[in-house]
Every structure is written in C-alpha cells, then in structure tokens.
Design a protein around this ligand. Sequence first.
Ligand SMILES: [Zn+2]
Ligand SMILES: [Zn+2]
Length: 381
Amino acid sequence: MAEQKRDYYEVLGVSKNASDADIKRAYRKLAKENHPDLHPGDKACEARFKEANEAYEVLSNPDKKAKYDQFGFAGVDPNYGGAGGYGGGFTGDFDFGDLGDIFGSFFGGGFGGGQARRNGPVRGETIRTSVSISFEEAAFGCEKEVVIERTENCSECGGSGCAKGTTAEVCPECHGNGTTQVRRQTPMGIFATTQTCPKCGGRGKIIHQPCPKCRGVGTERRSRTIKAAIPAGIDNGQTISLRGQGHAGRNGGPAGDLHITVTVRPHEIFRREGNSVLCEAPISFVQAALGAEMEIPTIDGKVQYSIPEGTQSGTVFRLRGKGIPNLNGKGRGDQFVTVYVETPRNLTAEQREALKKFGETLGETNYGEERKGFFGKKRRK
Ligand SMILES: [Zn+2]
Ligand SMILES: [Zn+2]
C-alpha cells in the first residue's frame, strides 16, 4: 500500500479559501522549484513535482475541486481506497509527456524541452477568411455567409478512424504516448532523446479495422457555408471570431476558431472616423447668404436641416445620434456635415450685371471679423 496522501491544499500550501489565482501561483512556484529537468535523478523532487501536479489538476478544475472539497480523495480518484491505492493518472513511471500540455501553457513550451505529448488533445487550427460589406451593413450589422474548406471529424466514425463496432488498440510500443525514448551512448555520456513511436507513427493507437470512409484518418475535408452575424458598428479591418468553426481538433481536442476579417467598402458620400459619420454638403451662394431648409442624407435616410443665414463655407454642423452605433450596442455617434459654398459658374450677361450691382451695395457690415483679420489694414485704408 502506498504512503498516506497529503491533502491537496497542504501540498500547494494554500488555504481552502484560496482563489484560483493563488492556487495557480502556488503551483507554478512548486513546479518550477521541483521540475525534474532541473534536478535529474532527484527522486524527492520528482515526487514533489508529481504531487503538486496532481493537486493542481484537481484544485484548478472547479468540478473536481468541488468534489474534492466534499468527498476528499474519493471524490476525484476512482481508484482511491481500492486495490490500486495511490492511483489516478500518476501510477507507474513518471511520464513527462503527461505534463507537457500543462507546461506548454505555463512556460510557453520552452521549459525543459517541453515536448507535448504527441497524441494529447490538440485544438484545431484557426481558419482565416474575409468578407466585404457595405458602409450601411457595417453601421447596422448584417448576416453574411462565408464558404470555407475545413477539416472535420469523419462523419462515419466520428474521428476515431475505426470501422463501426471496433475500437483502436493502445499502442503496445509507446503505451499511447506516441513517443518513445531512445538512449544513445556517446563519448559525452548517455543521451536520451524522444522520438516519434515507430510502431504507431505517433498516434498512440493502432487501428486494426480502419473506417472505410476516411481510411483510418478520422477526418475529412468539407466545404461549408457558415452564417456569420456581423455586429452593428464594426469597422474596416476588424475581425470577428466564431468559436469552434475552424478545423477539427486532434485526439479529441476542440475545433479551432474561424476568424473573419471585415472589409468595409467605401461609401459614395460618407466617410467614417470612429463612430462619427463625416460628409460634405454643397450649398448655393444664395442658400449660404439667406439660410435655407436643406435635406441632408444620413445613414438612416434624409433629414431636414435648417442652415442659418450667413453660413460660411467650411462650417460644420453636427447631427446628434446620426453616426455609427457603438459596437457594444449602446448609443450612437454623430454625423458631421461640412458645408461648402458652390460659386455659380457660366453666368449670363444679365446675371453678371445683377451680381455687379449687388456687389456694389456690399460694405464692411456684410462681412465678419475673419475677413478683417485676413486683409488687415490694407483694406481699411
Ligand atoms: Zn472515418
Ligand atoms: Zn506507439
């Protein structure tokens, strides 16, 4: 019978009320201190490392943690108290491969040559595509279809690669790890290297009766039309992510994501800056001088707007709430309309005469401070 197991909280040196972050921190510290790659051959370190790892596996998983809190070891280890004694996933020889995934996520995979277990679950790859939408579709959101080619689990065998009613055998050579150790005698000493299991080719299993559809591969290529809801307010170059719509995962891992980058086609009259809609509106010389009721185009359709008399070219009017909806669904930006005065062209003789006469009537009072500032003293004489 194995020695008495230590309480998982005690192993990590945290209280029962410790937060997830505290548990993770405590585990990382212990794992770094006792990592077998740093203490080759030190059985005590190896044991502490395994112990910390087992404790963390339970305490970092809300479901397992709850069961452990309620039932102790019996809640999380089916072998506990049985003939197997100190059981679970940590019987037998220390297997670095089991830890590869956890270490990969902690230390970026660069720790101790962190070769992840070759046949461990691997998330599927991301698929990247793009979609082109109109200015208005970006403003108000839309649904778009994209066609992608992706790897999916075989529809016949569900990814196992085995013919119906059969299962794969765990590779007897590598015991399912997909890798084997090779020891090489060199003048510098004995080196152990990990290599892909030659018997199973790294899959960790041997399929005796392959699925007829995928011939044992477990996956198939499919062309799929995916509906994507593009949220209102999205801007040119932004990417939406559809979880689980990418390539199938390997060895039971989850599918990857689908990333759709949105290209917004330019609009004839509107431009966009953040959530503001910008446009320019031509007004006639007469409208500018006398003021006018104008129809201004907005992304919601035309609205009436009163231009005050004496409006100058370059004046910017704000139409509140006529801009782009915020991506978070709350509120909208504004529209900014810059007016410019169109100078009349191709005047007839009568128009020229009338304009000349009109010009002679104009005096300093018809112009503003800007003009005085620009022409300075010269004009005043
Ligand atoms: Zn199949
Ligand atoms: Zn093998």
